[in-house]
Design a protein around this ligand. Structure first.
Ligand SMILES: Nc1ncnc2c1ncn2[C@@H]1O[C@H](COP(=O)(O)OP(=O)(O)O)[C@@H](O)[C@H]1O
Ligand SMILES: [Mg+2]
Length: 228
């Protein structure tokens, strides 16, 4: 929504972002098997669950992209901005694949000695938070009796879904298949936007196009009747 306002566009309709992502990234037949979309943004994470043709749950998860950054800032004594750089450059949601002896350079303020951390430590911090995120999702699923019913699996969307190995942590905690929710179904969608961060935008565009088409059909129907 921030992006829309910054672009000075008027908002005609608001829709839950994870619903938009689901619209763009999940086929209706997959949706029927039981799926969840987890849209992980900077300051909010949203969860939607479908089974059959029914929307079973639309809720907010309190752990989001900024939490990973804040944890790194605290654990490594960095500013938020520097921690974000470390996350984007070295971050992954599994710590075990990083050898214990690989060091990463930490951004250092002027007049301070250069500092390092092991890549494994960076990723241990991230892994702990990723586990917490999916445990929270698991409890939300259990609340509506869907914790062992996602035969279609979970789809991760949003910028923070780009964190390497996040799907592995989701599978470990939720015990079902996890994959990126990538947008499809828009003609001429640029290859560079083929990314989980853009699924929401794609879904909102598709939804808006559908509303417009319905509006046009309704108007045509009215006019048709008037002119008969
Ligand atoms: N490659 C990446 N690895 C880890 N996190 C990332 C990556 N790219 C973006 N993010 C995180 O994604 C979040 C932004 O996601 P986005 O969907 O753009 O947010 P919002 O929808 O809230 O505007 C930020 O927390 C950012 O740090
Ligand atoms: Mg987003």
């Amino acid at each position: 929504m921030g992006a829309v306002n910054q672009a000075h566009l008027a908002v005609e309709e608001t829709i839950f972002e994870a619903l938009g992502a689901c619209y763009a990234a999940v086929l209706p037949e997959e949706r029927r098997e039981g799926i969840a979309v987890i849209d992980i943004g900077a300051q909010s994470t949203q969860l939607v669950v479908y089974y059959g043709d029914a929307l079973h749950l639309a809720s907010t998860v309190r752990i989001c992209g900024d939490h990973f950054t804040r944890d790194l800032a605290q654990g490594l004594c960095l500013s938020f901005e520097d921690a974000e750089l470390v996350k984007l450059e070295y971050g992954a949601a599994l710590s075990e694949p990083s050898p214990e002896n690989v060091l990463v350079d930490l951004p250092t303020p002027e007049n301070r000695d250069h500092r390092h951390a092991t890549r494994r430590f960076v990723n241990q911090i991230i892994e702990a938070r990723a586990e917490e995120l999916f445990r929270f999702v698991r409890s939300e699923l259990a609340r509506v009796g869907m914790d062992r019913a996602l035969m279609g699996g979970v789809f991760l969307t949003g910028g923070a879904a780009r964190l390497p190995d996040l799907c592995d942590v989701a599978e470990r905690v939720l015990q079902c298949q996890a994959r990126f929710g990538l947008p499809f179904g828009i003609q001429d969608w640029p290859e560079t936007l083929n990314d989980p961060e853009w699924s929401t935008a794609a879904g909102l565009a598709m939804y808006s196009a559908k509303l417009k088409a319905q509006e046009q059909r309704a108007t045509a129907g009215w006019l048709g009747k008037l002119l008969k």
